[in-house]
Unconditional design. Structure first.
Length: 260
């Protein structure tokens, strides 16, 4: 018997004024699954995250999380239900150390500072970044700050984590350092939806991929199926004839990113 779905997005649409940002999007997510979301700029990726996290409500369609309809729950209620999120722009609390940053969300459920610190240190250890614990956030590289942002999101104990361009601004070496970090998150029993512009990286870590274009689902399937789909290549490059060449390059880059 298969596990119940963690997330079911059913025919969701959203308008902002006269612009239809999302148009009939559906998606099912199983527990502990990693789904990469790609698409051109303006495809609706961040709007999709905003709808799932409760920042905005859908105009049409429903969102079920962990067996319950959460379509009209606000962002705080969905966070309590188990939806965590990072944002494109990383904003750690300045004037604080890494462990203190991770303690902030923990203090909501662990009013004891000692217990919150112990839990934060345990979380950093599990994620392989315990060595950063006592460093001031101002001293961190962008790649380090990205990992701390993920740790803060995990401190809310989510069942589903929305990663919004966690690799943005990183060079190839830094991206290779962060990718294994995504797998560490999954090892904690957390499902992941991951928006990313580096297609090779998404291909490397995802179980499935979803491609959005102009607010609609353009393609969905395994990474291999998606990157060889002529419609996907056309959305990025405007030419179906380049599909085979582009797919081969993406697969090669993904394999390179996955090598130690």
């Amino acid at each position: 018997m298969s596990e119940p779905l963690l997330l079911r997005v059913d025919n969701v649409s959203k308008r902002f004024g006269g612009v239809k940002a999302l148009d009939g999007i559906s998606l099912e997510v199983e527990p502990n699954e990693i789904i990469g979301i790609i698409g051109p700029n303006g495809a609706g990726k961040t709007s999709f995250f905003n709808i799932i996290s409760g920042l905005f409500f859908p105009d049409e369609g429903t969102i079920e999380f962990d067996g319950k309809d959460v379509s009209r729950l606000d962002i705080a209620s969905r966070a309590r239900a188990g939806v965590g999120r990072t944002f494109q722009v990383v904003r750690p609390f300045t004037g604080m150390t890494v462990v203190e940053n991770v303690m902030v969300p923990l203090l909501v459920n662990h009013p004891s500072t000692r217990r919150a610190r112990a839990r934060a240190l345990e979380l950093l250890e599990d994620l392989g970044i315990a060595g950063l614990a006592d460093l001031p956030t101002e001293s961190l590289t962008l790649a380090m700050r990205k990992r701390v942002e993920v740790a803060r999101a995990l401190a809310t104990e989510p069942k589903l984590l929305l990663l919004d361009e966690v690799l943005a601004g990183l060079n190839s070496r830094e991206a290779m350092e962060v990718l294994p970090f995504v797998h560490r998150v999954r090892e904690r029993g957390v499902a992941i939806l991951m928006i990313e512009h580096i297609v090779a990286a998404v291909t490397e870590v995802s179980d499935r991929m979803l491609v959005l274009d102009r607010g609609s689902v353009l393609a969905e399937g395994s990474p291999q199926e998606v990157v060889t789909d002529p419609k996907v290549v056309a959305a990025y490059l405007g030419s179906k004839h380049q599909a085979d060449t582009v797919a081969t390059r993406i697969i090669d880059e993904a394999e390179e990113l996955g090598r130690p």
